[in-house]
Design a protein around this ligand. Structure first.
Ligand SMILES: [Zn+2]
Length: 77
């Protein structure tokens, strides 16, 4: 009976540790993917009218359009 109790404690404990590790891992990867999509800069080309975005920290000098290579500045909302 005593061995069964210890087995039960270890079994539930390891399950809890495993679930916590999984939760921590998925929470971190979720946050990382959200941050990378949030940091995109959106540009609207004034020459050909296309919308495009880049994943860049500093785009204060503008970014050239992929269709007509005209240098556009970041959209601000
Ligand atoms: Zn363009």
């Amino acid at each position: 009976m005593q061995a069964f109790t210890w087995f039960l404690i270890l079994y539930t404990g390891s399950a809890l540790v495993g679930l916590t590790a999984l939760w921590y891992f998925y929470d971190r990867s979720d946050k990382r993917s959200f941050e990378s999509s949030r940091r995109r800069k959106v540009f609207h080309c004034v020459r050909c009218g296309s919308l495009y975005s880049v994943r860049k920290e500093d785009a204060s000098e503008g970014e050239s359009c992929p269709d007509c290579s005209y240098n556009n500045y970041e959209l601000s909302f």
